[in-house]
Ligand binder design. Structure first.
Ligand SMILES: [Zn+2]
Ligand SMILES: [Zn+2]
Length: 313
């Protein structure tokens, strides 16, 4: 859009600009947040350290969810006082422009956490980059007691680096976060979990518990493969060697070197399905196998590590 707004903005900038002081309350400063932004400013946000920022009420409305600007206030000439510092307010305003977003990875941790808090509070969804390094954000939030950020960053950190988060949570004795993270480690190689845990001193018991659980999943998978439930075939046969034997041999071979999780199990089964040569009876057998393992493996997966630590399997 090329609306000619420049003249409107230029009128507001006097040639010898004086510092903005409170006596000039009615002046709305031009926008500092947009890159060569020439939209008119119609509202003033004042930071806790007294800096006045000219802003566009339309942008606040579009880019945020909870900015304290009701329609009634929007036309008001009074400054809107925010409890945030000027560096945070300026960042918020930058994210409320249609432009490349600032690189948040360059922010100092203290500013990042203050900003993250404001992003949550005002619902500035374009600033999701604040969680690009959720593990670090979690650590800062924890240190400074921002519980809602901790919660969000922790959940993201678990999906991004489950093994490291699992190990960290264990090292600080937080069993709630530890067990949440552990749920996401079931598809990881054993070595990755072991390497994450041994970054901290007290790793052997927890690794032992984790490994016992993994072995229990492996046993549950192989038990089922050894004894697939029979389905009556043509001619009264319980199993048909022609298709079922090559299929099971293939699955056993692949499963032997795979991670014993439900996800991997299903992937292995699917990759071996061509071995059944389209036999409908054996397909029923395989479907039953998957269904029964889904339930059994889920029960094991949800068992708390504490039960393995206590030696009560
Ligand atoms: Zn602007
Ligand atoms: Zn068959």
């Amino acid at each position: 859009m090329s609306i000619d707004l420049e003249s409107t903005v230029l009128e507001r900038i006097t040639p010898d600009e004086k510092p903005l002081i409170s006596s000039e309350v009615n002046e709305i400063p031009p926008c500092e947040a947009g890159e060569s932004c020439n939209l008119p400013t119609d509202i003033v946000l004042r930071s806790s350290d007294g800096i006045r920022f000219g802003a566009h009420s339309k942008n606040l409305e579009i880019y945020s969810d909870g900015f304290p600007i009701a329609d009634s206030v929007a036309r008001s000439t009074e400054d809107i006082i925010l409890p945030e510092d000027s560096d945070v307010v300026l960042l918020l305003l930058r994210f409320m422009h249609h432009q490349p977003q600032p690189d948040l990875s360059l922010l100092a941790s203290r500013l990042l956490i203050k900003f993250a808090n404001a992003v949550e509070k005002y619902g500035v969804y374009s600033a999701t980059g604040v969680y690009d390094q959720p593990f670090e954000v979690f650590l800062y939030a924890q240190r400074h007691g921002y519980s809602s950020i901790m919660d969000k960053a922790g959940k993201l950190a678990i999906t991004q680096e489950p093994a490291n988060f699992f190990a960290y949570a264990h090292s600080i004795g937080d069993t709630t976060w530890r067990d949440l993270a552990e749920l996401e480690t079931h598809n990881l190689p054993t070595k990755e979990v072991w390497e994450a845990l041994r970054q901290y001193p007290d790793w052997p018991p927890i690794f032992g518990a984790w490994y016992l659980k993994r072995e229990q999943m492996r046993e549950a998978i192989f038990d089922a493969l050894k004894n697939p439930s029979p389905v009556l075939h043509k001619g009264g046969l319980m199993h048909c060697a022609d298709c079922q034997y090559p299929f099971l041999a293939d699955v056993l071979g692949k499963m032997g070197t795979s991670i014993p999780s439900y996800k991997t199990f299903v992937q292995v089964i699917e990759s071996c399905l061509p071995r059944l040569n389209g036999c409908t009876h054996c397909n029923i057998v395989v479907n039953n196998l998957i269904k029964s393992r889904m339930y059994t493996l889920d029960v094991i997966a949800r068992k708390s590590l504490a039960s393995y630590l206590d030696g009560d399997r």
